[in-house]
Design a protein around this ligand. Structure first.
Ligand code: M6R
Length: 606
């Protein structure tokens, strides 16, 4: 949830830390801070975005060649200067930054207070600074090891001591942590993109491991002290991919990247009548024996799963369940050996999704990770991986990762369907051809952005918006509604078109925008009836429909056209006008689109 950074080397640490934190800001941005070891250790921190911290450092410079930094998304204690990281022990000789939650921090804090300690913040993190200080006996590694032995929870913790100024010690328990390897300098970060422009060589720190970096190198050991040999992970991503490329916001850039993302996700995976999923190791026997196919995820990834569930059920004819990860993990699910659990997560670090996937694995399912981040925790936990290959997604509102998740599931459906011998050859041929056409079709939708902008203007002052659809269109409506909510702050709800008359219709009055996704031919007439029902109550209807649909224009006030294609693949094109609609409504309302209030890109706490 928070972003963490560390640097040791010959350069001034402060500018490097600030730069890294700026690149990590999508992980949390309610306050930020750094600590730098020069003569002693000095801290600068400020509530608000990184530019406030940068301004503070400009007015009160901080010199030294080693340092740690943090950008925060509050869990314990409100956003404020005093709750911003780094936190120090009362002497100021030990400083820590931390991502995650220390579950037993109240008990630890009470215990420390009982022995006279006073605390300068409301955070769970500060107890760690106190614990390290109280355990220190001339060896920082030993002190950190003893301190974390007392803490329960999920965290990545980074520590510096005044007495050992050229060394940084860090521990990982669930929350992500990587080491960037430089030449005579080394970095720590919660995500690879933070330092990708400085190095392409990384060590991935695993759960329950401790890492020590100094200017000359990095060494990893288990938390209990056994040495670990970790291979260097060389990253071939282009650092330019993480820039805005001339768009006003990352979200818009990422929406426009989607044609190439779709091509990239498919690339090399559709070979004549074979689907090649290079990191999915299951064999045909396993595919044939799958009992139930579970899909688990949160947010947009869950909405991608709604599409997947329908696709798998229709093409494979096996029982398919899609579950919110936070519900599944405590819901005593009836997962059984022989089941396949598909865990979907852009980041691969969402705490609930990781827990649900682990539970499914423990109950005997084979776990397949559908994720965007190579080397993420989910990918390392899973038996099989399908990488979505969408590239770094910076905007908190997920767009291109969603499309790539859809493509990943179509590929998986083809792969499983062939193995199980249940896939109608004609359907397989049409879906394969349809997938190949999608990049151009998405491009075509993007060319109609002006129509979407006009629709956005017409609903910018609405109080409530409703999204409806049936089957796959309903799954798309869910995603369109979430997109609108999270960046425009308009109240919106999505529901199956047939559900409207069971209650929500009471809220549809003159001028209320109702957005209907109407692509699925088998239920077209049924959806059209719902359109007529809302129209009769004065709704302003905005439809997403095929360019060949001559009927919808008679009822809808605005029709956003998508190229006609396979109904099964329609979610890929139908969601694009809804992403653009959310973007332009939010832009017209003057919101901070890439960093919506109260949200963080990666939810690594429960
Ligand atoms: O990294 P994940 O895909 O696991 O993230 C899951 C959700 O937190 C995420 O999709 C969230 O809903 C997005 N902000 C939606 O745009």
């Amino acid at each position: 949830m928070c972003g963490i950074m560390g640097y040791v080397g010959p350069q001034q640490a402060a500018p490097i830390l600030l730069d890294g934190l700026t690149r990590l800001e999508y992980r949390g941005y309610d306050s930020a801070g750094i600590a730098v070891a020069g003569g002693g250790i000095e801290i600068r921190k400020a509530e608000g975005k990184i530019e406030r911290l940068a301004a503070l450092i400009d007015s009160e410079p901080i010199a030294g060649n080693a340092g740690i930094g943090h950008t925060r998304w509050a869990t314990h204690g409100p956003p404020s200067d005093r709750n911003a990281h780094p936190h120090a022990d009362p002497t100021g000789d030990f400083v820590v930054v931390h991502n995650g939650i220390i579950e037993n921090f109240y008990a630890l804090r009470e215990e420390l207070q009982a022995s006279g300690a006073s605390f300068a913040s409301d955070t769970d993190t500060e107890v760690l600074a106190h614990l390290v200080a109280s355990e220190y006996d001339g060896d920082l590694v030993a002190a950190v090891r003893k301190a974390v032995a007392r803490a329960r929870g999920a965290y990545a913790l980074v520590v510096m001591a005044k007495a050992e100024p050229g060394t940084i010690v860090a521990v990982r328990k669930i929350s992500p942590l990587v080491v960037g390897l430089g030449d005579g300098e080394n970095y720590l970060a919660s995500d690879i993109p933070a330092v990708l422009h400085r190095t392409r060589d990384f060590l991935i720190v695993e759960d329950d491991e401790l890492v020590v970096i100094d200017a000359d190198g990095a060494s990893i050991e288990t938390i209990s002290g056994d040495p670990v040999q970790r291979e260097v992970f060389h990253v071939s991503w282009d650092a330019e991919q993480a820039e805005k490329a001339g768009f006003e916001h990352f979200m818009l850039k990422e929406i426009h990247e989607q044609p190439s993302v779709v091509s990239e996700t498919i690339a090399g995976r559709l070979e004549d009548d074979r689907v090649v999923l290079e990191d999915a190791a299951f064999d045909d026997d396993f595919a044939r024996g799958i009992g139930t196919l579970w899909i688990t995820a949160c947010g947009t990834a869950y909405h991608a799963g709604l599409v997947g569930a329908e696709v798998f059920r229709r093409t494979l004819r096996i029982p398919t369940r899609v579950e919110y990860a936070h519900e599944m993990r405590y819901g005593d699910p009836l997962v059984a050996p022989g089941d396949l659990a598909v865990a979907i997560s852009q980041s691969g670090e969402t705490a609930d999704t990781l827990a649900a996937a682990r539970l499914a694995g423990e109950l005997g399912a084979r776990v397949l990770a559908l994720t965007n981040v190579v080397g993420s925790t989910l990918s390392r936990d899973a038996d099989d991986i399908v990488y979505t290959r969408a590239g770094p997604e910076i905007s908190v509102a997920s767009t291109k990762a969603y499309l790539a998740m859809l493509i990943g599931q179509y590929l998986l459906a083809l792969r499983l369907g062939r193995a199980r011998g249940v896939l109608d050859e004609e359907v397989a041929r049409r879906v394969t051809a349809g997938l190949r056409r999608l990049p151009e079709m998405v491009e075509e939708v993007l060319r109609s952005e002006k129509d979407v902008m006009a629709a956005a203007e017409s609903m910018v002052d609405a109080d409530d918006v409703y999204f409806i659809g049936r089957g796959l269109d309903y799954a798309v409506a869910m995603e369109g509604s979430l997109k609108l909510k999270e960046i425009s702050y308009l109240h919106s709800e999505a529901m199956p078109a047939g559900e409207l008359k069971h209650g929500t219709l009471a809220l549809v009055t003159e001028g209320v925008p109702v957005i209907v996704v109407i692509t699925q031919r088998d239920v077209y007439d049924k959806t059209l009836s719902a359109v007529q029902e809302v129209k009769a109550r004065g709704a302003r209807v905005i439809a997403v429909a095929y360019d060949t649909d001559a009927e919808i224009g008679k009822f809808a006030d605005v029709v956003l056209r998508i190229p006609e294609g396979e109904d099964l693949l329609a979610p890929v094109t139908a969601v694009v006008p809804l992403q653009l609609l959310a973007y332009h409504v939010a832009r017209l309302r003057g919101h901070d689109i890439d960093q919506p209030r109260n949200l963080a890109k990666s939810v690594t706490v429960e």
